[in-house]
Design a protein around this ligand. Structure first.
Ligand SMILES: C[S@@+](CC[C@H](N)C(=O)[O-])C[C@H]1O[C@@H](n2cnc3c(N)ncnc32)[C@H](O)[C@@H]1O
Ligand SMILES: [Zn+2]
Length: 370
């Protein structure tokens, strides 16, 4: 065990090589994952979008670092903070880490159970599913255990399945066909979202993403979970396919493509959630309350793109190549040309040279040629 520090909170966990065999798992590369959970919850509390005081269930908590950081930020908004891990070593570490941080409050408890059993025994308003790899095995219990109008956070690190390197795995685990092109990360998040919605609908609940992003080798989404058949139906009604043309890079987010007009062979991916990935007010709040410099760009760009009402984005590098254009103009020039023409347009956090816009491909190409 090593004494570590994350954003000023000290704790013990296994150091060294990060893998699932660590006695008490800790991955420093998931720093932003934990930061954003702090920010999203703070923003939801500030906007009165989550019932407070709330119960928090952390079923796969490892060292306790996430829970301790949440507690330190807004203890008055918490009625219970339950941190669980199936590993006895992790449960021991959580207890020690609470003491190390001077947390002796009876509202904070440590559990050592199988995650789904823990969830079913501990309903909560905020549930955070943060597994190794595929989150599927925990979704059923997580969705059942969410109290009225609660929030579910889900991490998926099985990006090979979601982003098209392992399409067989995507079909088996997510019941969907992934993309293997510039849109693969967004498609992956949408496939994950649909999976959560399918499991939610089994329990007459609707799950709606409020804040989603992909970073390095993981995807993460926060869902508002609403009880009732009409919410479940509304979530299912969002599902559709995303078509893309490998020649001209046109993509189509709804309806059937006119195969004659676009090089004969658009590829179909999905089904996936074609609804909004973000709640704009929340995304803007998360960005405005963030105080961590290294996180500014990610939450800033997410806030920007949350305002553009469009599924998918254009990759300027790929377009320039596919259409034999000479130079790659600056994104900012393309953005202002599109906005001047009356379209919504923003960067996207999914890639550096991407543009999310309501403009059709022809107008993006026009802006690129200008
Ligand atoms: C990716 S780690 C969690 C990291 C942690 N949330 C954080 O932010 O540092 C996954 C944890 O889930 C635990 N785990 C895996 N399967 C489990 C199960 N079925 N029940 C309970 N815990 C489980 C592992 O022991 C491991 O500590
Ligand atoms: Zn085409």
């Amino acid at each position: 065990m090593q004494l570590l520090d994350e954003r000023g909170t000290r704790f013990h966990a296994s150091g060294g090589k990060v893998d699932s065999k660590q006695a008490v798992f800790y991955n420093p590369a998931m720093l932003h994952n934990r930061d954003i959970s702090v920010l999203v919850l703070k923003a939801l509390i500030g906007l009165k979008r989550i019932r407070t005081p709330m119960r928090i269930s952390l079923p796969l908590e490892a060292s306790g670092i996430r829970g301790i950081r949440l507690w330190k930020e807004f203890p008055d908004s918490i009625t219970s903070l339950r941190m669980n891990d199936g590993s006895p070593a992790a449960a021991d570490a959580m207890k020690k880490n609470l003491v190390l941080n001077g947390i002796t409050d009876a509202r904070v408890t440590v559990h050592n159970e199988e995650a789904s059993r823990f969830l079913l025994d501990n309903p909560a308003g905020y549930v955070d599913v943060d597994p190794f790899g595929f989150p599927g095995p925990f979704l059923d219990a997580a969705l059942r255990s969410i109290s009225r109008d609660g929030i579910l956070a889900v991490t998926a690190t099985d990006t090979a399945a979601l982003c098209g390197t392992a399409p067989g795995a995507c079909l088996r685990k997510y019941w969907s066909v992934p993309m293997r092109n510039w849109l693969m990360h967004e498609a992956g998040l949408r496939i994950l979202s649909r999976k959560v919605q399918l499991v939610a609908s089994q329990h007459d609940r609707g799950a709606f993403p409020l804040y989603s992003y992909a970073e390095r080798h993981y995807m993460r989404a926060y869902f508002s979970v609403r009880k009732g058949r009409s919410h479940a139906d509304r979530a299912l009604a969002r599902h559709g396919s995303l078509f893309s043309c490998p020649k001209c890079l046109r993509f189509l987010a709804s309806g059937e493509p006119d195969t004659r007009s676009c090089h004969g062979a658009m590829r179909r991916a999905g089904p996936m959630d074609m609804g909004p990935l973000w709640d704009r007010e929340l995304a803007e709040r998360v960005s405005s309350i963030n105080g961590w410099k290294d996180l500014d760009r990610l939450v800033g760009v997410v806030a920007e793109e949350s305002a553009v009402n469009a599924v998918g984005f254009h990759d300027l590098h790929a377009l320039v190549k596919a259409h034999g254009l000479k130079v790659i103009p600056r994104s900012s020039a393309v953005l202002s040309a599109l906005r001047k023409a009356g379209h919504e347009a923003s960067q996207t956090h999914f890639t550096g040279k991407g543009i999310r816009t309501t403009a059709p491909l022809e107008e993006v190409l026009q802006a690129l040629r200008a």
